[in-house]
Design a protein around this ligand. Structure first.
Ligand code: XIL
Length: 368
């Protein structure tokens, strides 16, 4: 048995029913979280407190396949401080408890994002003097502090660049930029570092992997921002690459590799933080064709990311298609963009991820 097959065999889960052309047979299924962990990486998925505590097949699959969890939406400002001045952490506490009882690593998402704001945090409130010190900073600090020692990696800020808007540094215009100037990113990192000194602190961003000019501009803006933050002594430790892949986009491995080399060259860790594949509104072909296409899209992009020694792990944005953001948001109602379909059957992407972990070089687990 080749070493790769032996490696995967070592992480086999209990036999699970798989469907193949209507035939059901028991076959072992590699546990992605175990495969990743054996190489000093993590594999996990975005979850909700309900999903991870339900007594159903999806909860069992999450526990079986994931070595890491991240709250899909419940640890965002709008979900926690629904009522101004009152921060409710029960749902996140549930997720943290499930992770701790299951021996899972935790990513935190996200301390500062211009979406999913509290309902009362409108432009007038966020534009008022003192908004940062009285509203934003307390949420960042209290949330990071509450989970200090539990959440290993925090997405301190999310989606902060938008070069199309011609702002200095290619920054996205958000209420936080307006209230604080471009220093708001550094301020958020310093607050998080003070609150959770052992957490690894990340910037999380989308659309950084494809060859189109707009993504080339995004990569340049992100690199310049990271260079500036590091030069200013900001405690940024990693870049989260959301990696919402899209069928039909142009990929140039050399451009992506050069970008990752530059980021890692700054001494920063990397994580694939929201992996899924968007097929678009009318995907062509039968299920097998679609699954193969989506798995190949993952392989061609992630093969380049896996070359990076500073890669710490992979998170998919949900584990199963039935609850995927791509479907629920209406972007692609029957999207097949995750390692498991709506019937909890593994897709070709599961085998591709298992193979990528099997081929991965050994990392030191400490960087996670
Ligand atoms: C999405 C969640 O999947 C939804 O459940 C929520 O309603 C909105 O946010 N990029 C991000 C994530 O960084 O936080 C978003 O998650 C998906 C896009």
């Amino acid at each position: 048995m080749t070493s790769r097959r032996a490696f995967i065999a070592g992480a086999l889960s209990a036999p699970v029913l798989m469907r193949l052309g209507g035939l059901a047979f028991a076959a072992p299924l590699p546990r992605l979280g175990d495969l990743a962990k054996q190489k000093g990486l993590f594999f996990g998925a975005a979850i909700t407190s309900e999903q991870v505590t339900a007594a159903d097949g999806y909860a069992a699959l999450l526990a079986d396949q994931c070595g890491a969890y991240v709250a899909e939406w419940e640890s965002k400002w709008g979900a926690i401080e629904w009522v101004r001045g009152h921060r409710e952490y029960d749902s996140v506490d549930t997720i943290v408890a499930a992770a701790k009882s299951g021996g899972k690593m935790l990513r935190g998402h996200t301390l500062l994002w211009h979406f999913q704001l509290p309902p009362w945090a409108d432009d007038a409130v966020l534009g008022s003097s003192g908004a940062w010190d009285e509203l934003v900073a307390p949420f960042i600090f209290e949330t990071a502090k509450r989970y200090a020692g539990d959440i290993a990696q925090w997405d301190v800020v999310n989606e902060v660049i938008e070069p199309e808007w011609q702002e200095p540094d290619g920054l996205r215009v958000t209420p936080f930029l307006a209230m604080r100037g471009r220093g708001y990113i550094a301020d958020a990192f310093h607050l998080a570092a003070a609150a959770a000194p052992d957490a690894r602190l990340y910037i999380n961003e989308y659309d950084l992997c494809y060859a189109e000019d707009d993504q080339e501009k995004r990569r340049a803006a992100m690199l310049a921002l990271l260079e500036r933050l590091i030069a200013d002594g900001v405690p940024v430790h990693g870049l989260g690459l959301q990696t919402h892949l899209k069928i039909g986009r142009t990929f140039d491995a050399s451009r992506y590799r050069a970008f990752l080399d530059d980021v890692a060259g700054l001494g920063l860790d990397l994580a694939i933080t929201e992996l899924d594949v968007g097929e678009g509104p009318d995907p062509k072909g039968d299920t097998a064709t679609r699954d193969r296409r989506n798995a190949d899209e993952v392989r061609k992009v992630l093969e380049v990311a896996f070359e990076q020694k500073r890669l710490t792990g992979i998170v998919t944005w949900s584990l199963g298609d039935a609850v995927s953001y791509t479907r629920v948001s209406g972007e692609s109602p029957d999207n097949r963009g995750l390692p498991f379909d709506e019937f909890l059957a593994p897709t070709a992407m599961h085998a591709t991820l298992a193979d990528l972990f099997a081929q991965a070089d050994q990392r030191s687990a400490a960087s996670s």
